[in-house]
Design a protein around this ligand. Structure first.
Ligand code: GCO
Ligand code: MG
Length: 403
């Protein structure tokens, strides 16, 4: 038995907040897990430190499945982003430990590589369509085969996905939530223009993606999907909020544009109908917010049975620990689709030294045993927690809307 002797929660802010769990075992092997929930970080830190860590001490680190069930069933209060992010952190750390003990990278424990590397998409954004196309050309020149396009909406001061710094996007940048304005009418005019310009500039071979960020109704999403069809988008993401999974039937009736959903899902149950009825093409639930490798594995297997592929969330609020875990998973899972890749800043990369590498539009998790990522605790301690919120969104008449 490999006893868990300690588990520590480390909160650090090298430019943005990250919550990391580090588990230590009786024979000195350690593992790391990500528990970052953007804008609500301390809730998960407390859930772990106050409620999970005391129950882990003395358990056998090798019993990953049993510990997962213990934390999920044992809490009585199932699901939810806070609970599932906390469980994910424990799960990732235990897979990391198992890999180190075996002397194998985690993807080998998951069945080995199903592909040579993991295709990723980068984020091109700009205030105008032309700026966005310029950014997209830079990504293409760096070797990206898939690019997400987000541009400003004429008449709106700020829009989701458009950053101050073209190559980095960080929405949680204010001590209290900033307020954005939204107009569906203006937005629906600009996106088809953006895609027309992008196809013209980038040619037929680059995959083009777009994130609606939950801002349309199903019939509006049907309209946008139809308008984008001539430009062959790879996917339209989060077209509508997904609490009501049936909503997607209406979108499907109107467009063949592929649909991606799930970055805020935390359980297979959030996607059950979407997958079972093939109402989506890509499931975006990811390791940190959906219960770790152990649970995402179930989601992906279920999706595979229904011809739905993975397209995991990979924004900068998912730490390099999640990125590493996602890459091991992506490399091995049969129904892989694509992986989002929003590069971390050099400060973040220094706090989380990692083995994964980027080459011509693809990532590889590397061959280091375990997840191949660690946290430099001394460096992390130099960046104390800094409160930061995601923005909120209102319609032009002042109504609260979806950000
Ligand atoms: C994406 C996402 C992010 C989220 C962010 C919230 O597709 O990458 O929509 O940009 O908004 O992760 O914390
Ligand atoms: Mg998104």
């Amino acid at each position: 038995m490999l006893k868990i002797t300690s588990a520590r929660v480390i909160v650090t802010c090298p430019g943005r907040n990250f919550v990391t769990l580090k588990i230590e075992t009786s024979d000195g092997v350690t593992g790391v897990g990500d528990a970052t929930l953007n804008g609500r970080e301390l809730a998960v830190a407390s859930y772990l430190a106050d409620h999970v860590v005391p129950t882990l001490i003395g358990r056998d680190a090798h019993r990953i499945e049993d510990i997962w069930q213990y934390l999920y069933r044992g809490a009585y209060w199932r699901r939810g982003p806070v609970t599932m992010s906390a469980i994910a952190a424990v799960d990732m750390a235990l897979w990391d430990i198992k890999g180190k003990v075996a002397g194998l990278p985690v993807y080998q424990l998951l069945g080995g590589a199903s592909r040579d590397n993991v295709m990723v998409y980068g984020h091109a954004n700009g205030v105008t369509v032309d700026d966005t196309i310029d950014a997209a050309l830079e990504y293409r020149d760096q070797g990206y085969k898939a690019i997400r396009l987000q541009s400003g909406v004429p008449g709106l001061a700020s829009t989701y996905g458009v950053s101050k710094d073209k190559m980095f996007y960080e929405p949680a940048d204010a001590d209290l939530p900033t307020e954005n304005l939204w107009s569906t009418e203006r937005y629906l005019r600009v996106v088809p223009e953006l895609f027309a310009a992008a196809r013209e500039a980038l040619g037929p071979d680059i995959h083009l993606l777009h994130d609606v960020h939950h801002r349309l109704t199903p019939i509006e999403a049907g309209r946008l999907g139809k308008d984008l069809e001539p430009y062959r988008p790879f996917w339209m993401e989060d077209a509508v909020p997904a609490e009501n999974q049936e909503n997607f039937r209406l979108i499907r009736q109107h467009t063949t544009t592929p649909l991606a959903v799930g970055e805020i899902f935390n359980s297979v149950w959030d996607a059950k109908q979407l997958i079972q009825e093939q109402l989506i093409d890509y499931i975006r639930a990811t390791i940190v917010h959906a219960g770790g490798i152990t649970h995402v594995r179930r989601i992906a297997s279920f999706a595979d049975m229904h011809n739905v592929r993975t397209g995991f969330h990979g924004a900068t609020d998912l730490s390099p620990v999640t990125m590493a875990a996602a890459l091991h998973f992506d490399l091995s899972v049969p129904n892989f689709g694509i992986q989002e890749y929003m590069r971390h800043t050099s400060e973040t990369d220094a706090v989380f030294p990692h083995a994964y590498t980027f080459d011509r539009g693809a990532l590889h998790p590397g061959e280091a045993p375990g997840l191949g990522v660690d946290i430099d605790e001394e460096l992390a301690a130099r960046y104390p927690y800094k409160r930061a919120y995601l923005p909120v969104n209102r319609l032009e008449d002042g109504s609260m809307y979806n950000w």
